[in-house]
Design a protein. Structure first.
Length: 202
């Protein structure tokens, strides 16, 4: 296997520029706003080819956060998720309200779902679910120095158990499949890759 340095993948801006597809028409074919809508688009590719039935879904934007306590433990939920059809280890997450900044949403969701306030937050990035059909946009975070200020009051439909666990327990949950939702697997993997969660708790 040949290993290629990252910089070798990069060409000049002029060489690597890829033209976006053109959306010639867009029609909403299903609308259950604000939760989900589906559009049918007529798109034209840079080479002139056309697709007359390119579908995209639009779901509400969300935030998800790995909360780290001062002693290095991680705040997690064990809860049933209906999209998954079973219980899963998850992190605090929720929708971004209309007009709300993702940074503000993460503080609100953390307080509502856990009663904890973050000492500081680190933004890991913004990503879409699906490269073609889009889905939703998520902003991913790590929150450090989290301390409890009140009892949680999430108002969520799901039954959930709040736990504080060692980082190694989250690693085992990911390896065993007990983290069954890609957003939650991804936020943990990114947090670990950037060295923003401790290897162990005190």
């Amino acid at each position: 296997m040949t290993t290629v340095a990252a910089k070798e993948w990069r060409r000049s801006e002029e060489e690597s520029a890829m033209k976006p597809w053109k959306t010639l028409q867009k029609e909403t074919v299903f609308d259950a706003s604000p939760y989900v809508s589906v559009s049918r688009q007529v798109v034209e590719l840079p080479n002139g080819a056309r697709s007359d039935d390119f579908y995209q879904g639009d779901l509400r934007p969300f935030v998800v956060v790995v909360p780290v306590l001062p002693d290095g433990r991680i705040l997690v939920f064990w809860q049933y998720k209906h999209g998954l059809g079973r219980a899963s280890l998850t992190f605090p997450a929720g929708f971004v309200e209309t007009g709300e900044a993702p940074d503000d949403a993460i503080h609100r969701e953390l307080m509502e779902e856990t009663g904890y306030a973050a000492g500081a937050i680190s933004h890991l990035g913004e990503f879409v679910d699906n490269g073609n059909q889009r889905g939703c946009t998520g902003n991913y975070y790590v929150a450090t120095g989290c301390v409890q200020q009140r009892q949680p009051n999430s108002g969520d439909l799901e039954e959930m158990e709040v736990k504080t666990v060692h980082p190694s327990e989250v690693d085992r949950a990911l390896a065993s499949g007990d983290i069954g939702i890609i957003h939650h697997a991804a936020v943990w993997a990114m947090a670990k890759a950037r060295g923003l969660v401790p290897e162990s708790a005190r």
